[in-house]
Write a protein that binds this ligand. Structure first.
Ligand code: OXK
Ligand code: ADP
Ligand code: MG
Length: 564
C-alpha cells in the first residue's frame, strides 16, 4: 500500500483504462453500480467521456452505433448479472448487424459462481455471452488486461465486425502489480482490420458476368456504408452507369437524389434486373432470401462480402467476391474500365423512379383533418433537405417504413435504424451515440410504441445537453391507435390517449412541443435544430393511419380458423 502511494504499483482499474485509452477509446457508454462504479468516476477524471444511461440495453445500442459510425469498437460498461443481461441484448444486436462493439461487465468471483453459492448478482456471464457474440474472454490476472483488450479490439474489427464480451470478476479491478510491468503489458494491435484482397480469378469471373449483363443492378448494404470507401463506391456506380438501390442504412452512401438511384423503382429493379451486384448486403429476410416473387426473373448474383461463408447462404452465387468492400470495389472498377454503360436500362429505371417520386410528392402535400404519415413526413423531409449532414435515427413500424420511403438521405452513414432484427427500442441509444460521435445535430423519428422501449433515455439526452430532436409519431398505439376495446379490457394494441410526450420531454429538462399540423411540425423542427436544444415533438397522427406491421405485414401470422 505504501508503494501504491508512491506510484510504483498499478491495479486493474488503471490498467483497463490505460489499455482502452491506448486503443483510441474516448467514450464509454454504460450504467454504473457494483462493481464498476469507480471505472466511471476515474474515466471522467482522466478527461474522457462517460455517457451514463438509465438502462444498459440503451447504453449497449449506443456503443454499437458508435462502432458502426466510427469503425472503432464502441464500448459499453455494465454491472453484473441483470445489468450484463440488459447489455447482452445490445451485444447480440451488434453482432447480428455486424457492428463492432465491446461489452465489458463486472462479475462475481469464480470460486463462488462455480460452486453456485449465491453471490450478489451471481451468474456465469461468460458462458451466457458466448453464443451471442464473436468472441468472449474473461480476464483473471491484471497482467492479462492488455492482451485481453487487444484481442477484443481485433475480434470486434477484423473480418466481419461484431460484438465481443469481456468478463471482469470484481476482485481484478483492485488487484495490483508493478506499474512498470503493467505498462509493458499493454499494446496496440497492428492493422486490426486488414484489407482482404479478392483473388484475381474471382474478380475476372465477376467482371465477365457484369460485362455480359443487359440489366445489371448494384445493391448497396450497410456493410458498404460501414467500409467508409464512399468515393470508390460512387466511382464504381458512375463509371459503369449501372443503377443502384440502397438497403435502408445504406441510403445516402450515394445520394438518394443521384440520377442513377433506383430506390423509388425498387420492385422494378429487383424483378427485372439480370445480374445483381450485392455490396455489403446479405440476402436475408430483408431481401426475401434472394428468391420468390420479389425477385421476378432469374438472377445471377455477384456478392462482395468479407465473410466467405455468407456466400450461398440462401441462393447460388454465380460470382462470389470475398474480400473487403474497398479492395473488391476497386478491383471491379479496374476490370470494368471502359465497359459499355447499360443506358437503355438505366433510362427505364430512371423513368419509373421519377414516376414514383412525383406520385409520392402529391401525397406528401395533401392536407388531412388529422396528420397522416405522408403529410407529416413530407414536411420533415422538406426541413431536413437543408441539413444534409444531420443523422436521422428511425424506429417503429409505419414510422420506419414511411420515413425510409419519404425522407431522402444525401450523405453516407446519416441514417441509423432498426437494422437486421427490425428491433424496437434502439432509438434513444442510437441518438445519443450519433450526437456524441458526430458532434452534429440528430433527429430521431420514432413511433410512439418504439419510443416507449427507451423513452427514459431522453433524460440522458437532456443531461448531456445533446442536440437531439425526437419526433414522436403519436397515433396512440402499436400499428394504429383506433383498435376497438374488447369487453372489460383496454385493447392490447393501444396506449393511453392522454399521453403527453411534449410534457414528458419538458419534465426531463428539455423542450417540448405538441403539433397537430404539418406547418407547426415544420416550425418546431426547424426551431429545434437551430437551437441545438434537446427537444421532444409530440406529433399527433391519425389513430387510423397505420397498417399492421407496416410494409412487412406478410410476416405477421394470423389464424386461419379465425378468432375463438
Ligand atoms: C422508395 N419508394 C419511393 C421512394 N423510395 N417512392 C417514391 N419516392 C421515393 N423516394 C418506393 C419503392 O419503389 C417501393 O415501391 C416502396 O416505396 C417501398 O420502398 P422500400 O425501399 O421501403 O421497399 P420495401 O419493399 O417496403 O422494403 C424492403 C425492406 C424494408 C424489407 C428492405 O421493408 C425494410 O427495411 N424493412 C424493415 C422493416 C422492419 O424492420 N420493421 C420493423 C418491424 S415492425 P415499389 O412499388 O417499387 O415496391 C415490428 O416490430 O412486429 O411489426 C412488428
Ligand atoms: P443490409 O442490412 O444493409 O442489407 P447486412 O447487415 O445484411 O446489410 O450485410 C452487411 C454485410 O456486409 C455482412 O454480410 C458483412 O459481412 C459485410 N461486411 C461488413 N463490413 C465489410 C467490409 N469492410 N468488407 C466487406 N464486407 C463487409
Ligand atoms: Mg404508433
Amino acid at each position: 500500500e505504501i508503494q501504491n502511494q508512491t506510484g510504483e504499483l498499478t491495479d486493474g482499474f488503471h490498467l483497463l483504462m490505460d489499455a482502452l485509452e491506448m486503443n483510441g477509446i474516448t467514450n464509454i457508454y454504460g450504467l454504473l453500480g457494483i462493481p464498476v462504479t469507480e471505472v466511471g468516476r476515474m474515466w471522467q477524471a482522466r478527461g474522457n467521456k462517460f455517457y451514463s444511461f438509465r438502462n444498459e440495453q440503451n447504453a449497449g445500442y449506443a456503443a454499437s452505433v458508435a462502432g458502426y459510425l466510427t469503425k472503432k469498437p464502441g464500448v459499453c460498461l455494465t454491472v453484473s448479472a441483470p445489468g450484463f443481461l440488459n447489455g447482452l441484448t445490445a451485444l447480440a444486436n451488434a453482432t447480428t448487424n455486424c457492428f463492432p462493439m465491446i461489452l465489458i461487465s463486472g462479475s462475481s468471483e469464480r470460486e463462488i459462481v462455480d460452486l453456485q453459492q449465491g453471490d450478489y448478482e451471481e451468474m456465469d456471464q461468460l458462458n451466457m455471452a458466448r453464443p451471442h457474440c464473436k468472441a468472449a474472454y474473461r480476464i483473471n490476472r491484471p497482467e492479462d488486461i492488455g492482451v485481453a483488450v487487444v484481442r477484443a479490439v481485433r475480434a470486434a474489427l477484423s473480418g466481419r465486425p461484431g460484438g465481443v464480451y469481456l468478463d471482469i470478476p470484481a476482485r481484478l479491478f483492485s488487484q495490483t502489480m508493478s506499474a512498470e510491468e503493467g505498462k509493458k503489458s499493454l499494446w496496440v494491435p497492428v492493422d486490426p482490420a486488414p484489407a482482404q484482397i479478392p483473388a484475381p480469378e474471382a474478380v475476372k469471373r465477376a467482371v465477365d458476368l457484369i460485362k455480359g449483363a443487359k440489366k445489371p443492378l448494384i445493391l448497396l448494404g450497410k456493410g458498404a456504408a460501414y467500409a467508409q470507401c464512399d468515393d470508390d463506391i460512387k466511382a464504381l456506380v458512375e463509371e459503369t452507369g449501372i443503377p443502384f438501390t440502397p438497403m435502408s442504412m445504406a441510403k445516402g452512401l450515394v445520394s438518394d437524389t443521384h440520377p442513377q438511384c433506383g430506390a423509388a423503382a425498387r420492385s422494378m429493379v429487383l424483378q427485372e434486373s439480370d445480374v445483381v451486384i450485392l455490396i455489403g448486403a446479405r440476402l436475408n429476410w430483408l431481401l426475401s432470401h434472394g428468391k420468390g416473387k420479389t425477385w421476378g426473373s432469374p438472377k445471377q448474383f455477384v456478392q462482395i462480402d468479407i465473410k466467405a461463408d455468407e456466400i450461398d447462404s440462401n441462393v447460388p452465387i454465380a460470382a462470389p467476391l470475398v474480400g473487403d468492400v474497398q479492395s473488391c470495389v476497386n478491383a471491379l472498377r479496374a476490370g470494368l474500365k471502359g465497359m459499355a454503360k447499360p443506358t437503355e436500362w438505366m433510362n427505364a429505371v430512371a423513368e419509373r423512379a421519377a414516376g414514383s417520386r412525383s406520385k409520392l410528392a402529391s401525397k406528401l402535400s395533401t392536407p388531412t383533418p388529422i396528420m397522416n404519415y405522408h403529410n407529416s413526413l413530407g414536411t420533415i423531409r422538406d426541413v431536413l433537405k437543408n441539413y444534409p449532414d444531420i443523422i436521422l435515427v428511425n424506429e417503429g413500424a409505419n414510422a420506419l417504413d414511411n420515413a425510409r420511403m419519404v425522407i431522402d438521405q444525401y450523405q453516407p452513414r446519416k441514417r441509423v435504424d432498426t437494422g437486421t432484427w427490425g428491433v424496437m427500442g434502439v432509438g434513444m441509444g442510437s441518438a445519443v451515440a450519433a450526437a456524441a460521435e458526430s458532434g452534429k445535430p440528430v433527429v430521431a423519428i420514432c413511433g410512439d410504441s418504439a419510443f416507449g422501449f427507451s423513452g427514459m433515455e431522453f433524460e440522458t439526452i437532456t443531461r448531456y445537453n445533446l442536440p437531439v430532436t425526437v419526433i414522436i409519431m403519436n397515433n396512440g398505439g402499436i400499428y394504429r391507435g383506433d383498435e376497438a376495446n374488447p369487453e372489460h379490457q383496454f385493447s392490447c394494441m393501444k396506449f393511453n390517449p392522454e399521453t403527453r410526450y411534449d410534457m414528458f420531454g419538458k419534465s426531463l429538462g428539455g423542450e417540448g412541443v405538441r403539433v397537430e399540423t404539418p406547418e407547426d411540425l415544420a416550425k418546431a423542427l426547424e426551431a429545434s435544430i437551430k437551437s441545438g436544444k434537446p427537444t421532444m415533438i409530440d406529433a399527433i397522427i391519425d389513430p387510423a393511419a397505420g397498417v399492421e406491421s407496416g410494409r412487412i405485414g406478410n410476416l405477421n401470422i394470423v389464424s386461419t380458423i379465425g378468432k375463438k
